[in-house]
Every structure is written in C-alpha cells, then in structure tokens.
Design a protein around this ligand. Structure first.
Ligand SMILES: C/C(=C\COP(=O)(O)OP(=O)(O)O)CCC[C@H](C)CCC[C@H](C)CCCC(C)C
Ligand SMILES: O=C(O)C1=CC(=O)c2ccccc2C1=O
Length: 301
C-alpha cells in the first residue's frame, strides 16, 4: 500500500516506534506476576520492574530487526514508517536492535543471578529464538503464515510462565490457563496487522493467514477468535480453574465489539482497515489489565 509520502517526519517516527504496541510486553509480565501473587502472596517489585524493562527492550529488538529483515525481502518497500526506510541505514538499525536485545537479556540474567537459577534465561532465550524464526533468515516462518502460532506460544504460555517463575521460582497450571488467553489476545493483534497488507504480502511471497483465508473469511475468524477469549474465561470459571473475579474481563467487551465490527465493515478496504491492529491492542491491553486486577484484588481484600 503506498504510504502518504507527505506525512510529517514526526508522525512517521511515531508510527515506526508504535508506543501502544509495547502493551505486548507489559501485559504478559504484569498478568504473570499477578497470577504468581494470587497463588503465593509474594511480589518482588524490583524483579517485576527489571523484567518489564527487559521485555520492552526485547520488543524493541523484535520490531527493529523486523524492519531490517523485511528490508532484505523488499516487503516493506511501500512502508514509509519502516525504520530502515526512515534512516536509510539498515546496518545501523541492525546493530541498534542487537544492543536492545543484549540489554534485554542482561536484565533477565540479572534476575536469574539474584535467584541463583538459570531457568528464566532459558525461557526467554527460547522466546527470542522463536521470535527470530518468525522474521529472520533462513526461517522467515511468518512468510509461511506461522506467525500467529509462534505469537500465541511466546506471548501466552511461555511469557506468563516466565513472569510467574520470575516471582515464584516455580510453574503453575493456573498460569498455563491464563497464558492461553493472553496468547490469543496477543495473536489477534498480529492477525489484524495483515488485513491491509495483502497486496504487498502477495508481492513478496508472504502467505499470511489473511492472504490464505481472504479478508472476508479472515474477518469471520477474527470474530470467533475474539469471542473465544470470553468463552474460554467462562469455561475456566465453570471448571473452577479461574475464580469468578476473572469475569471482570467482560468489561472489555466494548473493545472486542469495536474491533470485530470495524474489521467486518472495512476488511476489504486497506486504507480503512489499516488501523485495526490498534483496536486489537486496546482489547489486549484492557482485557489484560482486567485479568491482572482480578488475580490481584482478592489477595488485597
Ligand atoms: C514484529 C512482529 C510482527 C510484525 O511483523 P510484520 O512484518 O507483519 O509487521 P510490519 O507490517 O509492521 O512489518 C512481532 C511478531 C511476534 C513474533 C511472532 C513472536 C515474538 C516473540 C517475542 C520475542 C517474545 C517476547 C516475550 C516476552 C519477553 C514479552
Ligand atoms: O508492528 C506490528 O504490527 C507488531 C509488532 C509487534 O511487536 C507485535 C508483537 C506481538 C503481536 C503482534 C505484533 C505486531 O503486530
């Protein structure tokens, strides 16, 4: 899609940095920490803040390196807000991304050193390796349409397990159940990011889920995926895995309805649907905050 070439540089840089996207780091760390608190009544603020900073740095690496690797395939040739296109210096962006990754991993190493336990390092290195396979040569699994699966695994069960382990130094079946929901809500963001990119993805040989399904069926899949957040929550509550407090998440329904309606209406209009991933960001953030509250409040009352 041809970007508006006259957009002020600041607007392009904000689109490149995409601050709202960093909810994908904030929510898993916060929700996993809240679940650990609900089960252990333990909360280490220093570990939480260190891990949060590391997660944000790792997501910065992810996005900068995504622009670097996409520049090699030409898929971003019409993406004015690619950092590589904005700077004209792919090598510089690559090395800056590596600095962010190193600093992010360093924070995780600091936590693991304090705990005298390398487990957390292993989980995060696995997440980063899977994230690399999404976009990095020779894998580029995102071009095969496997991004949403990788996203679900890494931002869901693995990220929640990592956050839980950082606080409790053990794992939890409740954390696994919560991870499925955070994985779905985060994968919905990625799924929505493809709707306006069908033409460029096809030209670059990227068979995203929307290229494979078409935008109309993709919009229907989005509806079911979004509904599954609430249906799964009801199921976990019904099975006694979640406390009834987690029904708080239904307060995020307006954001889910806004997302689904927007995509149902504009799925085949790239210019109108291009912002839908930020509606998905809103849903992931609000539902994530509500889950974090629902796991924290009972222990405080
Ligand atoms: C960069 C990602 C998606 C955007 O890709 P795309 O090229 O379609 O976007 P543009 O159109 O903007 O170019 C992220 C995709 C996520 C990936 C599948 C999994 C990443 C895993 C993380 C490294 C896990 C971090 C876990 C924890 C530290 C929070
Ligand atoms: O730029 C994007 O579209 C995304 C960036 C990103 O870091 C991310 C992380 C997790 C799920 C989706 C996404 C994006 O869509």
């Amino acid at each position: 899609m041809q970007e508006v070439a006259i957009a002020p540089k600041f607007k392009l840089w904000m689109a490149a940095i995409k601050p709202p996207m960093y909810t994908v780091a904030v929510i898993p760390i916060s929700v996993g920490t809240a679940v650990a608190f609900s089960e252990t009544q333990r909360f280490d603020l220093g570990i939480y803040l260190t891990f949060l900073g590391s997660a944000i740095l790792i997501i910065a690496w992810l996005n900068l390196s995504n622009d670097v690797f996409d520049a090699d395939t030409g898929i971003d040739k019409n993406k004015a807000h690619s950092v590589v296109n904005l700077t004209g210096n792919q090598s510089l962006v690559f090395w800056i991304s590596n600095v962010f990754l190193a600093l992010g991993v360093l924070g995780v190493v600091a936590i693991a050193t304090q705990q005298k336990d390398p487990t957390l390092i292993g989980i995060i290195l696995l997440c980063c390796a899977l994230g690399y396979t999404y976009q990095g040569p020779p894998f580029r699994l995102g071009y095969q349409g496997l991004g949403e699966l990788i996203c679900f695994i890494t931002f869901g069960p693995l990220a929640i397990a990592a956050a839980y382990y950082s606080q409790a130094q053990t794992f939890s079946t409740l954390g696994l159940a919560v991870g499925t929901l955070i994985g779905i809500s985060t994968s919905i963001i990625l799924f929505c990011s493809h709707f306006h990119q069908v033409k460029d993805d096809l030209a670059a040989g990227k068979r995203s889920p929307i290229v494979r399904l078409g935008t109309a069926r993709g919009a229907n899949v989005l509806g079911w995926a979004t509904a599954s957040l609430y249906l799964l929550t009801l199921t976990w509550v019904g099975l006694g895995v979640f406390s009834p407090w987690t029904l708080l998440v239904f307060a995020s329904l307006p954001f889910a309805i806004q997302l689904v309606r927007h995509v149902q209406r504009y799925h085949d209009q790239p210019e109108r649907v291009s912002n839908c991933k930020f509606f998905a960001v809103n849903l992931q953030f609000v539902s994530g905050v509500l889950f974090a509250i629902s796991f924290t409040l009972p222990g405080l009352l």
